[in-house]
Design a protein around this ligand. Sequence first.
Ligand code: ADP
Length: 426
Amino acid sequence: MSVLLGCVADDFTGASDLASFLVESGMSTVQIIDVPASDQLLMDDVDAVVVALKSRTQPVSEAIKDSIAALEWLKAKGCQQFYFKYCSTFDSTTKGNIGPVVDAMLDNLGERYTIACPSLPVNGRTVFNGHLFVNGELLNESGMEFHPLTPMTDSNIVRVMAQQSQGKVSLIDHAVVEAGPEAIKEAMKTFSENSRYSVVDAVSNENLMAIAHASEDLKLITGGSGLSIGLADNYVKKGLFEKRYDSKALRPVEGGTVILSGSCSAMTRAQVAHYKEKNPSLKINPMELEHQSQTIEEAVNWYQSASLQGRIPVLIYATDEPENINKYKHVLGEQKASQLVEDFMYELANALSRRGVCRFIVAGGETSGSVVKALKVTSLKIGESIAPGVPVVQSTEAPYFLLALKSGNFGQVDFFDRAFQILDEI
Ligand code: ADP
């Protein structure tokens, strides 16, 4: 049987976030890293595929190229519905990339309308009157305005989407959403006549369920991971599949564990502060990377001794406060500090894997992208959740790395301890 749902995610943690919700909703799901080769095979019996791209911060033309290549591959696998997954804080640069990618996907599919629904209430992200809130704070006052790569300075998603896309944006507001799937469907029909996308309010899981059920006939859906929770019901209703919950079994592996953090988001800063109180940690500084006064070799040597040759989990982090990040940007240039850190994490993951590290707990979407690429992982099996939207994942080929890839603001303050415990028990 062919795949039902084909998803394109604009970063790696976002992809496993979406995959974990799909698994919880009863869909057997595989995550593919990067645009798949045309001959890449899928495991049998997969209901949903999530292709993880690193397109959030690419130049617009590259983001479009990768997203369309992924979409074409998913179409060739026979997917019946498509999902473009972005962050629940609508992370974008001033040029996009959400708007331009949505436009390109709609064009490719020959469709003229879709919805934009970033809301993820379980992680405190809600949309009301088109404004995005993070734990009750407006997006642009939530700390996201300081993000090193995608600072979000406007909470009005209708406005943000309008600025970065070609078509007209409408709003399906809370009152309509509360009225249920039929009312939402009716609004979609009306708005599709004069707009290309509708931002949809959602403040609860019930709202997301209703929106997902109303989306049963949309060819392309766009949103955070939250909206995916109700899609399985649509396929059951159409007689296309039966829910199944069999993808939790991951295989044990032998080797060391490391925690790598390149996220500077508020929750990661709290998690790093909490973890390093009681555990060995090494701070990476972009200025020192630039001057080569901090090297991979030193970090690897530090890891070997601090972790007692991999027996205890230790933290290596570049996580820093907004004022320092601004300082580095000022001295090194807009993207340079971030790139230095990403390159360092890539090399470090590579070097550590060659020394037998097989469990990687990673904080940060872009950072996870670097690590997964360094490990040459091409597809992932999805296991149990450590926190909402953060499952344990495992590469489907030897050496079967066990990974926890955490988006910046996800997870509880003791996330690193919890992740270590769960990975250790597999
Ligand atoms: P999040 O999931 O919180 O958005 P990401 O890993 O996606 O985290 O993005 C964080 C970005 O910040 C990465 O590009 C990372 O390399 C960069 N970064 C990390 N530490 C620093 C630092 N000390 N100074 C500047 N940039 C940094």
